[in-house]
Write a protein that binds this ligand. Structure first.
Ligand SMILES: NC(=O)c1ccc[n+]([C@@H]2O[C@H](COP(=O)([O-])OP(=O)(O)OC[C@H]3O[C@@H](n4cnc5c(N)ncnc54)[C@H](O)[C@@H]3O)[C@@H](O)[C@H]2O)c1
Length: 400
């Protein structure tokens, strides 16, 4: 950090989440955005304009993130590229000595998570993962209530999201001028350009994303299990079974599942977790977490709300507590200064991310997956042939 305590930050990936993280960071005192990087000029230009307006100073623009990482005056980076780029950019940023705010999901598959954990242990950077739900009132209250034990023994944990956004059909065409599509693809497998392969749409392709399970599951399963764990040590499943597929959006260019039901069990705890990607949200928020107690009460939490429901379905009138903290991005900057562990630390989010990958591994393989929490790896061969476990990199790219 500079002598005046300023934290100088570069943002890699200026689509939806990069500019959102940038704006949230600019709300924190002592932050300067010194550089922005994107492989698409059309994505970079509006983010540059926003940064200039917010801090009255134009950041420098880059198309190659390695040039941004070379800058000695940059203390920290935000990595907000699509999932298939996270591992390589994260490891390069750690090697360059940057503190890192990395968007969720941490990785694109389990082998990448293992490499990222190793790099983190070696380079010891301050890392916050973009699972900001850990910094919001209703989820913190729910975690405190479950951990406090006064509501009783949890016997089911149910969590879900709704997948109601398809990518449609788009013709193969030349990429637009200003987009370096080859670099956008990076380590992913060769894939002809279509407008719905890139920005946002990459989530719905196995080559670049893991659909709603790594998109939303990583938020929802995270809180569901954090409540059942101590500190940030997310408990890991011992067995995972799942079914799912592209059952609903059949006339669509996506190839990642739009319907998922996964069930996971855990060592030494008498409950099962179910994760669903649904098409509907019957009478519920379109996403949520429910902890069901032995006596039939349910604690439900979602973005913006919390409710305690009796065994007969009646609202028991739980009040949402005021939440005094200042947020996820403030926590990142505070931890850069104090060297404390951020709220969504890397090793903790490595666990949640792998649980989401395990759901996809089980869907893609159709097999029961057995997990070894000490080795943080799949036991035996079942599931290891799937792209959620390991994906070959395109020629010219390798996992550092
Ligand atoms: N925390 C949250 O709530 C939240 C919400 C949405 C998205 N996300 C995550 O944020 C990340 C970005 O998602 P998005 O919705 O903003 O995607 P997006 O497609 O809108 O933006 C990604 C940007 O990265 C750029 N990019 C691709 N490869 C690059 C490279 N090698 N170097 C520099 N730029 C590159 C793309 O051109 C694009 O502008 C994803 O990992 C996603 O899962 C998190």
């Amino acid at each position: 950090m500079s002598a005046n305590n300023k934290v100088t930050i570069g943002v890699i990936g200026t689509g939806i989440m990069g500019p959102s993280d940038m704006t949230n960071l600019l709300n924190v005192e002592d932050v300067e955005i010194a550089a922005l990087c994107d492989v698409d000029d059309a994505q970079l230009a509006p983010a540059m304009a926003t940064a200039e307006k917010r801090q009255s100073k134009m950041p420098d623009a880059y198309k190659d993130y390695r040039n941004l990482l070379e800058r000695k005056d940059i203390d920290a980076v935000v990595i907000a590229t699509p999932d298939h780029w996270h591992a390589i950019q994260f490891i390069h940023a750690a090697q360059a000595g940057k503190d890192i705010y990395i968007e969720k999901p941490l990785s694109h598959h389990i082998v990448e998570t293992q490499a990222m954990v190793s790099a983190h242990r070696r380079h010891k950077r301050v890392v916050q993962v973009g699972t900001w739900q850990r910094s919001t009132g209703e989820f913190v209250q729910a975690i405190d209530l479950i951990r406090g034990g006064t509501l009783g023994k949890v016997v089911h944990v149910r969590t879900w999201t709704t997948d109601n956004r398809n990518v449609g059909r788009k013709p193969v065409s030349d990429p637009p001028k200003g987009l370096d599509y080859e670099t956008w693809l990076g380590p992913a497998q060769p894939q002809p350009y279509q407008a719905n392969v890139v920005h946002w749409g990459w989530r719905m392709r196995k080559n670049t994303g893991g659909a709603r399970t790594t998109d939303w599951g990583v938020h929802m399963i995270d809180i569901a299990l954090l409540a059942m764990s101590k500190d940030q040590d997310i408990i890991m499943p011992n067995k995972v079974v799942a079914s799912g597929g592209q059952w609903s959006a059949v006339n669509d260019d996506r190839d990642a599942p739009d319907c998922v039901d996964a069930i996971m069990t855990f060592d030494q705890q008498e409950f099962a977790l179910s994760w669903s990607v649904l098409r509907d949200h019957p009478g519920k928020p379109e996403h949520g977490i429910e902890w069901v107690f032995a006596d039939g009460k349910t604690l439900r939490a979602w973005r913006g709300g919390i409710k305690l429901i009796g065994p007969d379905g009646k609202d028991l009138g739980l009040k949402k507590e005021p939440y005094g903290e200042t947020g996820h991005w403030q926590n990142f900057v505070d931890c850069i200064k104090s060297k404390e562990l951020p709220r969504s630390s890397l090793e903790s989010m490595a666990r949640t991310t792998d649980i989401c990958h395990l759901s996809n591994v089980a869907v893609y393989s159709g097999e029961q997956i057995v997990w070894d929490s000490k080795k943080m790896d799949i036991v035996g061969k079942a599931g290891k042939d799937t792209w959620a476990y390991r994906r070959p990199y395109r020629k010219g790219y390798k996992l550092p």
